[in-house]
Design a protein around this ligand. Structure first.
Ligand SMILES: [Zn+2]
Length: 114
């Protein structure tokens, strides 16, 4: 299950909006459902709990960038990544540094940087 699917499932199964008529009217009008402060906070907790339950955490991009080596992997004849010291990779297992590089590359362009 992808993180997006995990979040969608958690909200579908747990988020309750009262009164229901408010949500239905907003959807019929093509508007986002306005959440009260309490509902929004509850939705946030549902999402964080679902992610934590799946072993996922939200990490600031700057932290991931700081922890990720820009060098490319290079593999020995046993399949271990010599560049990053992951020497015991099993067949099909990927170097965590390569996975982190891909995550950073997949991020949308940020607009909050100079
Ligand atoms: Zn590597």
């Amino acid at each position: 299950m992808t993180p997006a699917e995990l979040i969608e499932t958690a909200l579908r199964e747990n988020l309750r909006i009262r009164p229901q008529e408010r949500a239905t009217a907003a959807l019929k009008a093509g508007h986002p459902i306005p959440l009260s402060g309490g509902e929004a906070a509850y939705a946030s907790q549902i999402v964080l709990d679902a992610l934590a339950g799946a072993g996922l955490v939200v990490v600031p991009t700057e932290l991931l960038e700081a922890l990720t080596d820009r060098d490319e992997c290079w593999f020995d004849h046993h399949g271990g990544c010599q560049a990053h010291g992951f020497l015991s990779l099993e067949p099909g297992e990927r170097c965590p540094q390569a996975e982190a590089q891909e995550m950073l590359a997949a991020l949308p362009e940020r607009t909050d940087r100079a």
